[in-house]
Write a protein that binds this ligand. Sequence first.
Ligand code: UDP
Ligand code: MG
Length: 332
Amino acid sequence: MNETVVRPDPRVSIVIPVFNEEVVLPLLLPRVRAVMDALPGGAEVWFVDDGSRDATAQVIEQAHRADARIKLVQFSRNFGHPAAITAGLDCAQGDAVILMDADLQDPPELIPEMVALYRRGFDVVQARRSSREKESLFKRVTAWAFYRIMGALTNHEIEANVGEFRLMSRAVVEALGQLRERHRLVRGLVSWVGFSHTTVDFVRPGRAAGETKYPPLKMLRLSADGLTSFSTAPLRIASLLGLCGLLGGLAYAAYAVYVRYWLGRAVPGWTSLVIINVFFSSIVLVCLGFVGEYVGRIFEEVKRRPLYLIRRKVDGAPAASDAESGRAPERR
Ligand code: UDP
Ligand code: MG
């Protein structure tokens, strides 16, 4: 055995959010089970059914009857991928927790390598896509732009080409569990909590079956959440724009006064009035928009609603309570 190993074999929890994934599950389940069989510390997999309208939950339940390591949390409706991840982390019992997508774009076969790095002492093992060939040009361009803007505007390094596929130690999962903000970019939160990070590279294949559950608009919303929850720079940009407008406006006013009193020419002035009007109204509107984004999020946050609602849990344990909610578990 390697002398750099500092931790015993962990019990591994795999967390997989699923939203209308019935076609991909029959491909995913055998591969996940094979990987779990090969983990000496034992393993469980939590599927979080994010309000699917197809047979996703039934497929998982059936798999649970054959293999009790396969567990299901079912939401009362679609709460979105970040909420599903949070629920999975709340349920997971393992010493090391692995987050992955259901569509086999995150190959489960990478898990043993991540666990090996965990055993060498790393608390977060991120899987980095060494190529995104199989993804659409649109996705690649928008991802590139997003990471550039995030990098420029926030203080927290978010590594490009890293998705949600990662291993986290119990300590990191507990830390994340304390962050209950609504608009969550999980990879940003992981970067925020700190701990020791490392990466493994993999070639990201295309989706194994079914269609993407992240249409462009949803992707845009996620990016906006990421930006606004980690940076107030847009607010500062708003005041900067306002200041530039003010300086420009003052200069122009001085010029107008000069023309009127020194040169004695009264300018008809209609054009300039219109231009000034349009210019300043748009600056004001843009700034209002920025402020509105934050005010809206403050509003969402102060309501303190649970992040998700559980309709049902299938984990082999005796039924505890019928309704559970995504509030932070009690901690002492
Ligand atoms: N997903 C989810 N809730 C949603 C949207 C997506 O739980 O509202 C899950 C989906 O089932 C998948 C993962 O999030 O396991 C990533 O989605 P997808 O592969 O469609 O995204 P893409 O890879 O196209 O960005
Ligand atoms: Mg995918």
